[in-house]
Structure formats: C-alpha cells, structure tokens
Design a protein around this ligand. Structure first.
Ligand SMILES: C[S@@+](CC[C@H](N)C(=O)[O-])C[C@H]1O[C@@H](n2cnc3c(N)ncnc32)[C@H](O)[C@@H]1O
Length: 242
C-alpha cells in the first residue's frame, strides 16, 4: 500500500476518465461535482436516501440531519444536476445503497466512492455489493478510513470493515490519502489502470510512503496531538500484535 501525501480532490483526476461511476452518500453534492469535473463520467450514479435515520447505529453521524434538511439537500442536488439528469450523464437514486444496487448492472462501473452509512456492518455490505458492480480494472474508493475520537464519536467503523474485506477477498489495498478523513483505494491484482496511476503520481512528485503487509500485518491508527491551541491528527502504522 502507498500512503499518499495528497487529498481526495487530488486523487480523483488520477481515476480513469469517461467511465461509469457511483457515489454512495451524496449529501449536498459537493464531492459529486468534483467527480464530474475531474473524470467527466459518461454516467454518474448518485445514491442517497436523504432520510433521517433515528433508531440505527448510524444515528450519531453528523450527516444524519433532520428530515426537513434532508429534503432541502435532495431538492438542491436535483436542481444542481438537472442538465446532466436530462442528458442521462447523471442518475439520482433516492434510495439506500443496498436498494439502488438493483438498478446498476454487475461489472459496469469504473469506480465507486463509498461514503454513506459509516458503521462497520453497512460499509462491509457496501463493499461486498459494489465490488461486484465494478469492472475487472475498476477501483473501490471510500471515505473516512479514520479512528480518531471525532470518528469514534460518530460510531464510524470504516477501518474495521475495509480491513476485514481486504483480508477475506482478492482485493489489494493500494492507496490511502494522508488526511484527517482519509480516502482508501482498493483494486484487484493486476489492475490494468494501476501503472498509469502510478506514472501520474510520479509525474506529480507526490510524497509517498510504502507500507508493506497492509492491512494483514500492519495496521493504521490516528492519535490526537495538542500543541498549544493547535490540534493535529497524527497517522500511525504499527505491526499487528500476535
Ligand atoms: C458523509 S455524507 C456524504 C458526503 C459526500 N460524499 C461528500 O463528500 O460531499 C453521508 C451521506 O450518506 C447518506 N446515507 C446514509 N446511509 C446511507 C445508505 N445506507 N446508503 C446511501 N447513502 C446513505 C446520508 O444521507 C448522507 O447524506
């Protein structure tokens, strides 16, 4: 795995252009716009139920807004992407990811960006379901591979879900961005696009660190460091205790 000193916005343009992709968890559509601008997808599936979820493990998530605000977000996203919905390059699914999957053919996506319900069981289910949706040379990306106190307070379990998925399947953990809310990238071995992504990273002189045995024998965690008024989230890699 390569730990990349870039943001998710800088990572996006390295993904294959012009393909079909999906974003699970759209919220106000800010990152959906970045996906459109960066990779000009021929079709972008935007998946979000825009519903308040009161009695679930997701209840504490800061994006679990009241229903009136969810409705407002949905209206804004619909207005924002009206031209693309009309020409068929954007499809809005007001649905949970498990239900929207029925409308997306297997093997049809260049990449998926998983950023919906961040609890361990739902992320694991999204990984299982949407790994079948991507093409052989496709990528699984996802947000919030984080376990600092801000992530734990929202009951996020992305790290646990992704690690278990990688250890149980043939997917490799290829990249992780160095951010407070990191984005991970998974790919099947021999992915035909990986060489060009690596070439682009080298051309950009991106600072990167190779972490071997990840996540099988090396794990990631984040700790908080306070320097006066400044609070920093520090990434840490350490061997798995045997
Ligand atoms: C963190 S926000 C998404 C942020 C967005 N990807 C961005 O970067 O701007 C999470 C969103 O996931 C949605 N969500 C929650 N559970 C979901 C599920 N099971 N399937 C799809 N979306 C879900 C919520 O309604 C919320 O709008």
């Amino acid at each position: 795995m390569l730990f990349l000193d870039i943001t998710r916005e800088q990572l996006l343009p390295l993904m294959p252009k012009g393909g079909r992709c999906a974003e699970i968890g759209v919220a106000s559509g800010a990152f959906s716009q970045k996906i459109r601008e960066s990779v000009a997808p021929s079709r972008l599936h935007l998946i979000d139920p825009w519903v308040h979820q009161a009695d679930t493990a997701y209840a504490a998530d800061e994006n679990n807004l009241a229903q009136a605000e969810q409705d407002a977000r949905f209206r804004n996203v619909t207005a924002m992407f009206a031209p693309q919905v009309a020409d068929g390059s954007v499809v809005i699914h007001r649905a949970f990811s498990a239900d929207a999957a029925r409308d997306i053919p297997d093997g049809s996506l260049t990449f998926v960006y998983i950023d919906g319900d961040h609890t361990t069981d739902v992320v694991r289910a999204d990984l299982e379901t949407y790994s079948r949706k991507i093409e052989d040379a496709g990528f699984i990306l996802g947000h919030d591979y984080a376990n600092h106190p801000g992530a734990r307070a929202q009951n996020m379990g992305v790290i646990e879900a992704v690690n278990a998925f990688v250890m149980d399947t043939d997917f490799d953990f290829v990249f992780l961005t160095r951010e407070t809310w990191p984005t991970y990238v998974l790919a099947r071995p021999g992915n035909a696009h990986l060489a060009s992504v690596m070439g682009a990273l080298l051309m950009m002189s991106v600072k990167m660190t190779e972490v071997t045995g990840f996540p099988h024998t090396t794990r990631f965690s984040q700790s908080i460091v306070r320097l006066g008024d400044t609070v920093r989230v520090l990434p840490r890699f350490e061997p798995v205790a045997r």
